[in-house]
Structures are given as C-alpha cells and as structure tokens.
Design a protein around this ligand. Structure first.
Ligand SMILES: Nc1ncnc2c1ncn2[C@@H]1O[C@H](COP(=O)(O)OP(=O)(O)OP(=O)(O)O)[C@@H](O)[C@H]1O
Length: 366
C-alpha cells in the first residue's frame, strides 16, 4: 500500500469526506475568537454537572423510491451526574449506549436536546470557545494533530491556537515528551506514526494548555500491552500529581480497574450504575470466591452462605455473594475443617459488566 502524502481524502474511521481541518477533529472551538475569561464556577459547584441530560437525533430514512421517514434516536435520556475536581471517573457502556454523545455534549460539540450541563461553571454548547481552554479531549479513534506536519510543528500550532505562554508550553511539552516517550517522534510527520505513538502524541496535545478536565474516549483502543501501560501510568500520575479531573470512556475494563475508583455505567442512554468500582462487583449477582487450602483431601465443604464450585485435591473453591462479608464464612470453615490457608478472589469485572448489560437487554434484546 502506498503511503499517503497528504491529509487523507476520507476520514479513516468513518469513511466520510474529510473537508480540511474541520473533519480532523471534533475539536473544541478556537479560543482566540472569544478570549474573555469564563466565569468561575459557583461556590460548591462540581466541576462537571449534568442533570436531566437528553439528546435525541432525528434521522431521515428512505422508505421507498421518493418517500422518506423521520425517526428519533434517543441517544441520551435523563442522564445526571456530578464530578468533583480531581476525580478520575470511568464512563462505560455497551456499543451505542450514549457514551460518545455524552462526551460530545460535555465538550460543546453537540447541543443537548434538554437538561442542564455545566463544565467548570460554563454551559458547553453556549460557550464552546471559552471552554476550549479549560478542557482537553482525546478521541482514540481520531486525531487532533495535523496529518502532514512533524509532531513538533503540530504542538507549536496548538500552542498558538490555545495561546499558551512559551514557558508554560515548554514545561508541559517537556513533561509529556519525557513521560510519554515522544522525544524521537517530534520530527516525524503524524501520518507516519503508529497507532500507539499517535495516541501518546494526541494525549500530549490535549494537555499543552493545562486543562482542568481531560475527556478521553477510548484512549487505549488497539494499543499493545506496553503502550497501554505507558498511557495508564501517565494518566494516573496526571490525576494524582497535577490534580487533573479525568472522564474516561473505554471498552477496556483493565483501564477502569487500574485507573478509576468510581464508574458510571450507561446503557440505552440511561445511567444504570454510578458508584465505587467495588460496589459494581456486588451488582447483578456478582460473586467472590474463597480459595481454601485444607490439610488433606476432603469432601466438598458444606457451609451456609456459600457453595463449593470446585475441588482439586486439598484445595476447594467456594463462591459467595460479593455483597456479603467473608469473615463469618471463614470463621465457620475454620471451626469445622483443618484449614491451612485461604485467599479471596474478587469477581471478574468483565463478567459482572457482561451480566449487567445482558440483564437489561433481556433474552431477545439487541
Ligand atoms: N449523529 C448521529 N445521528 C443519529 N444517531 C446518532 C448520531 N450519533 C450517535 N447516534 C446514535 O446514538 C446512539 C448512541 O451513540 P454513541 O455514539 O453515543 O454510543 P457509544 O456509547 O459511544 O457507542 P460505542 O461504544 O459503540 O462507541 C446510537 O444509537 C447511535 O447510533
């Protein structure tokens, strides 16, 4: 395959025509046009506030040779959440659940059909340009960088667009270059970067203006284990040391487990869970497993509140509801059995989430 020499004529993801820079990114608007400082958030107001948020798309479909029908797609329905400054929140859900639509409303790219939305005290769709300086956005499947320019020049352009003072720009760029391993990539045109390199480059671009909030939509999609680890540890440090608030959308539950204490689950446009990741473990019948090592091989342990699911020599596995405490169970086993050792395994988050999605879909669901 021949290498492209200029910006691709079509968007590599959607296949739609890419009309210049506008198609490159669903980027925040150019902040130069409205340089006025945004009003500070009201005292006590969370950094992100969504209440009764709704987005309905009207889609026209061909219903015959000439006739067209209009259908409504309810992408987001009565969504509400608050994110405090410094939080790192996972926003997950199955395909078509409404995650990207929410993020696009949070950046001001899409206007909500109804509801209240404020980010850093600003209504995103009304003050998109003002907000642009305070947020960073990474869409894993698209780039915010200039396809033909060396990475270094893309960053220089971003500096001008966001009017970042040179010293601050230098400091932020140096930090990103070091932590994301970008030094050798700076002279390379963006089109020549691998997916993992491009993703790291995009994350750096989103942070050059010190945003208060970083939205990440699938930041580890298609990355190998090493690149994933680099991106994850960078994000963890960004959140812990710089205090940047992060809203992370991903299908990779490893991202969520390693980065987020709080997770919001959306399905069919509605929030179905908002809370600690550990609470999610107990949702939808999640089970923990007690792995018990006995002094010798014995028949399956029979103890109230748990069921033995596997026996291998002197080792037995007992499943019990993740919402229950393990201590009484351990005490009961230790009282009646020659116990040598034990450990507890948390439920597999993938299974918990899969069960959660399936429960809402029903047997004949889509
Ligand atoms: N511009 C649009 N016009 C019409 N329908 C849309 C548009 N954008 C999204 N939708 C629909 O809205 C619903 C939510 O889509 P959205 O992209 O927000 O889902 P998602 O959770 O990000 O999914 P995925 O995990 O597959 O990226 C889907 O049914 C989708 O087809």
């Amino acid at each position: 395959m021949s290498e492209p020499t200029s910006r691709p004529a079509t968007d590599p993801i959607t296949g739609r025509p890419a009309p210049g820079d506008a198609a490159r990114v669903p980027a925040p608007a150019d902040p130069r046009r409205h340089p006025a400082a945004p009003p500070p958030p009201a005292a006590g107001e969370p950094l992100i506030l969504a209440e009764g948020l709704r987005k309905v798309f009207t889609v026209r479909r061909r219903a015959g040779l000439v006739r067209r029908t209009r259908t409504e797609v309810r992408a987001v329905e009565d969504v509400g959440f608050r994110v405090a400054r410094g939080e790192m929140v996972g926003y997950i859900g199955p395909n078509g659940a409404g995650k990207s639509t929410t993020i696009k409303m949070l950046t001001g790219i899409l206007t909500p059909t109804a509801g209240t939305l404020r980010v850093a005290g600003v209504e995103p769709a009304r003050h998109r340009t003002r907000l642009a300086r305070r947020i960073g956005v990474v869409f894993g499947q698209r780039t915010t960088l200039w396809w033909d320019l060396p990475l270094r020049d893309s960053y220089a352009l971003a500096r001008r667009i966001y009017r970042v003072e040179p010293a601050r720009f230098r400091r932020n760029l140096d930090r990103c270059v070091e932590l994301l391993g970008l030094a050798e990539l700076l002279p390379v045109p963006v089109r020549q970067l691998s997916l993992g390199q491009r993703m790291r480059a995009d994350i750096a671009a989103a942070l050059l203006h010190d945003p208060e909030v970083l939205y990440l939509d699938e930041p580890t999609i298609g990355l190998d284990v090493v690149s994933k680890a680099t991106v994850r540890s960078f994000l963890r440090e960004l959140n812990e040391e710089q205090g940047t608030t992060v809203l992370l959308t991903t299908h990779d539950l490893g991202d969520i487990e390693q980065l987020c204490r709080r997770v919001i689950v959306i399905d069919h446009g509605r929030i179905v869970h908002d809370g600690d990741l550990s609470r999610l473990h107990g949702a939808e019948g999640g089970e923990r497993t007690l792995v018990v090592d006995l002094e010798r091989e014995l028949p399956p342990i029979d103890v109230p509140g748990a069921r033995t699911v596997r026996v291998e020599g002197p080792r037995q596995w007992l499943a019990f509801p993740a919402t229950e405490r393990a201590a009484p169970l351990v005490a009961a086993i230790a009282r009646d059995h020659p116990l040598l050792d034990l450990s507890i395994r948390e439920p597999d988050i993938e299974q918990v989430i899969a069960r959660m999605y399936a429960a809402r879909r029903g047997p004949g669901g889509h």
